[in-house]
Design a protein around this ligand. Structure first.
Ligand code: ADP
Length: 154
């Protein structure tokens, strides 16, 4: 797990998720977070027991490739608590996206729990309306039926 070093005044946001796959909705959250933060670290959270390390490494590479021309974005993988991963990259806060009222309820609960166990705050960014229906699970489902999903992927 590596990340580019930062100066003490630079603000870093940690964006945790499964990103399976990383969609244009995720990319837009990263880009918009970069208007507020100096650096965004994308963290691919995974369950070692459920997902082969090679698959996760592959996903890290793919996402890093999307941002290859942007030094302000780093990509790591982690297993375990998101707040521990956020601390390990010295993030000032975490960011998550909200597409709907049900997302909001889920994210609110997660943000409260994460603050309670670590003191780390979560900034919620509303999804852009044109991306609010896009989810990784929708993309996976369409893929399974042979649909072309390239327009949802960066
Ligand atoms: P998780 O499994 O942790 O929910 P996801 O990879 O599904 O991880 O999503 C990571 C974050 O990105 C979540 O906060 C989710 O709400 C947000 N997100 C997912 N799709 C979009 C989208 N289309 N627009 C904005 N935010 C999104």
């Amino acid at each position: 797990m590596t990340h580019k070093s930062k100066s003490s005044s630079a603000k870093t946001a940690f964006f945790p998720g499964s990103f399976n796959p990383f969609t244009i909705g995720h990319k837009s959250i990263v880009e918009r977070a970069l208007t507020i933060f100096d650096t965004v670290v994308i963290g691919i959270g995974h369950n070692i027991a459920k997902e082969p390390t090679e698959e996760v490494d592959q996903r890290v590479k793919q996402i890093a490739d999307i941002f290859r021309n942007n030094d302000s974005v780093n990509v790591i993988s982690y297993s375990g608590l998101s707040v521990e991963a956020a601390k390990s990259v010295e993030a000032d806060c975490m960011i998550r996206g909200v597409r709907s009222a049900s997302d909001y309820e889920y994210e609110l609960n997660l943000a409260d729990a994460n603050r309670d166990i670590s003191g780390i705050e979560t900034l919620l960014l509303p999804a852009l309306p044109q991306y609010s229906f896009i989810s990784s699970s929708m993309v996976r489902e369409l893929q399974a039926f042979g649909s072309d999903v390239s327009k949802y992927l960066p």
